[in-house]
Design a protein around this ligand. Structure first.
Ligand code: EPZ
Length: 431
């Protein structure tokens, strides 16, 4: 298994191009199942999760083509992927494929809406909590689906098609909102989604569905209305920039010091996190090319954060912010309200000498003057990024093991950091 070696203590200076968002690209790719025409997606990041989803879509009969590089293309420019689900050859998403990536469960909505039936393995637990799918099932039932759970599979049927209805989510769910949007787009009649997720990735999916011919109003607010259509067509859509990648690199700079332009970043997608980074003492400036983050000396100030659905502080940046706070000049409190078990990184941060204690859903971080490099283990995707942040400021060498987690969601991480002066290299596994 590959490892990443980082020698801390270098300030970061330069430009980091921001990739397309993983969490937008995945539902957009899944939306290709809604149409027999070609869906072309631009700015798709090269990530292990995307490759895995292509395997899953391929199993359902989706043909895909990825454009190669052309002269003059920027080395980190996103890919263009053409997806063609002319014929869905299999309505089952098997355990072996779905268990490796939770978002693949979302194929249930388009397959059911288009084919009248779908059988999809339950995704199971993962490192950040139990993560049930009861609300996704509830949404499909509200649209007239009959659901059975058998031998670990969700079997959804709507032989006469889905029909519009009212879906009132008791809790904000991104995947539930994606599911409802895709299913309602091809249902007969009108659907009202209440307490919908307002995340930018939901808006990106809705924008693409609208280009495909869907009738959707209110995406980005907590009430979305969908007027079902009988068929969706092809479209071309560019994936929005990754706000979590943006926030992660912003925190790298806030931690290591220096001055970096996050090229192509959209500040409106993570205003709350940028405000917290600014409160910690970094300067954050919006420029025509993106977001510029700098910290020139001075202490890191302690800042309390609470994770919340968008537009609040994202849970997907909680681990990274905790890493930054380990070197703050004082005590900060980080409350996780989205997932019940998203503190796996605490024990790994302790290996750098960080002082963190847990009190239920709150991590109390007492900043220390120095972190020391150590061998550490990535436990999940965002937790891995937090170890990189700590390593950038730690004295000496850190070896991050199990970096396949990073490869799931961060494109060209070593190149992007090394391009700004970090001492970072990937060590391929022997054999
Ligand atoms: C999406 O997951 C993201 N994944 C996650 O990013 C992100 O952390 C999460 O949204 C919250 O922002 C993708 O977009 C691929 P949810 P999702 O449904 O949709 C509970 C990353 O690192 N819930 O919004 O699965 C759930 O347990 C990943 O990129 C139910 O109770 O999350 C959680 O407490 C990790 N029942 C809360 O809702 C359900 O049926 C929010 O989860 C569904 C969810």
């Amino acid at each position: 298994m590959d490892r990443i070696r980082i020698v801390g203590g270098q300030a970061l200076n330069g430009v980091i191009p921001i990739s397309g968002a993983k969490n937008a690209a995945l539902p957009l790719m899944i939306a290709s199942l809604l149409t027999d025409a070609t869906l072309t997606l631009d700015n798709v990041p090269r990530l292990a999760d995307g490759a895995q989803l292509l395997r899953i879509l391929g199993n359902h009969g989706v043909d895909y083509r990825i454009d190669g590089k052309r002269p003059g293309d920027h080395p980190t420019a996103g890919q263009t992927v053409h997806l063609d689900a002319r014929r869905i050859v299999d309505t089952t998403a098997p355990y072996e494929l779905v268990s490796r990536m939770r978002a693949s469960f979302w194929v249930v909505a388009p397959i059911l809406a288009r084919m009248g039936e779908a059988k999809v393995s339950l995704p199971g637990g993962c490192a950040i909590g139990t993560r049930p799918v009861d609300l996704l099932i509830m949404a499909l039932e509200r649209l007239g689906a009959e659901i059975e759970i058998e031998a670990g599979y969700v079997i959804a049927r709507a032989p006469r098609g889905l029909r519009g209805g009212e879906i009132d989510f008791p809790k904000v769910t991104v995947g539930g909102t994606h599911t409802a949007l895709m299913a309602a787009s091809l249902a007969h009649g009108h659907t009202l989604i209440k307490n919908a997720a307002r995340e930018p990735e939901v808006v990106d999916l809705a924008d693409c569905l609208i280009k495909m011919g869907a009738k959707i109003k209110g995406a980005g607010t907590s009430e979305i209305e969908v007027e079902g259509v009988s068929r969706l067509g092809g479209a071309r859509h560019a994936v929005l920039p990754d706000r979590i990648e943006t926030g992660t690199y912003a925190m790298c700079v806030a931690m290591a010091g220096g001055d970096v332009l996050l090229q192509g970043a959209r500040p409106d997608l993570l205003q709350n996190a940028l405000d917290m980074i600014a409160l910690s003492g970094a300067s954050v400036a919006v420029t025509p090319e993106g977001v510029r983050v700098a910290r020139k000396g001075g202490a890191i100030a302690p800042v309390n954060v609470t994770t919340e659905p968008f537009p609040g502080f994202p849970t997907d940046l909680q681990a990274q912010f905790m890493a930054l706070m380990t070197r703050a000049d004082g005590e900060s409190r980080i409350r996780e309200t989205i997932f019940e078990n998203r503190f796996m990184h605490v024990q790994e941060l302790a290996r750098f000498g960080a002082r963190i204690r847990l009190d239920n859903d709150v991590a109390i971080v007492t900043g220390v003057k120095t972190l020391k490099g150590a061998p550490v283990m990535a436990t999940d995707l965002r937790a891995s990024a937090c170890l990189v942040i700590a390593a950038l400021a730690a004295e000496g060498e850190t070896m991050v093991n199990r970096v396949y987690h990073l490869d799931r969601g961060f494109e060209h991480l070593e190149q992007k950091l090394a391009g700004c002066g970090a001492i970072v290299e990937r060590l391929a596994s022997p054999g």
